[in-house]
Write a protein that binds this ligand. Sequence first.
Ligand code: ADP
Length: 356
Amino acid sequence: MTNLHINAAPKGAAIRLADPLLSVSGLNKRYRDGDPLAVEDVSFSLGNGEILALLGPSGCGKSTTLRMIAGFEAPDLGDVYLRGERVTQLAPQQRRIGIVFQDYALFPHMNLAQNVAFAMRHVPKAKRPAKAREWLDLVGLADLSARMPDELSGGQQQRVALARTLAAEPELVLLDEPFSNLDAALRESTRKEVRRLFKAAGTSVILVTHDQAEALSFADQVGVMHSGQLLQVDRPERIYQTPATAFVAEFLGHTNLLEGEADGEIAQTPLGPVAINHSRQGPVQLSLRPEHLALSAAPDDHGATIVEREFRGHDCFYLLEHRGQRFCAITPSHTLWKVGEQVRLEPQRTATVLRD
Ligand code: ADP
């Protein structure tokens, strides 16, 4: 279930669609006079059971956005709605939102079952121990319920923090870089497991991260932020394949930014004519992913020169130079080219027209 149906409704449509679980509208925040806006005119909505990742470099305003949704920070302008109800003025505890921070914040003097039971103010006291065990079971830690937090690994502590958040049965969970304290191997498995848990519970989630691979694999929708602005929100594959701006294109992986002169659905570029995804006239900036460039033997000296080669097993990454410009290409590793060789560079897919 995504919120796309809301955006896809034709303007003025008579159908009254259900309110999204969360919607934020025109959020602005400046911490101090003279500072730039930490968050500038951020609006988006989130459907039931949907997972959104807010992705961007450090300092771009992700956590501030999250804190305004949670109620820890008041926006200077704009509103937060939960199920259509304006909650901008409500205190954090009045919002039915669960939050998991980087450092888990388990109570050190309580065992795991007690940590989880603590979140169940809505459950009668007598029923809490059994319920706590059920939540710990869901994260695979029921057998350790009598342990203290300092007797657990980082990944286990993170799962307890999640069990405790889920035990409060929030409609929305906010995760602020929750996997960043875990080592690489544990991070990937914990992430998969956590996604499975949220999907099973039907909980809506906003994940804040600066890790593009994490955002693309964890979320149903990815919102890319830069300098306080939300540049684009879309499904992971669409964000990657049709980035809206040069920043989004480059933040999500390697890309070739090409200047072109468009005439309809074709643009003339330094790589020759390239098909483009929107009909345009005049100057355009384009993004073409490295895996969408093919290398073939150049019959003469007019091709691109291979300047660098990184063999990566299942594929090979090349840096090339053509008429004073650098390009990158990723090709299957069964055909390899050597540094210094001349090759023809051929776009294989439609290039994406970027916004300024
Ligand atoms: P991110 O989560 O993307 O790293 P933040 O939302 O934490 O970004 O920060 C956005 C901007 O606001 C940054 O320039 C940061 O320095 C500033 N900022 C964040 N918190 C505060 C604060 N409590 N006081 C003043 N400035 C802050």
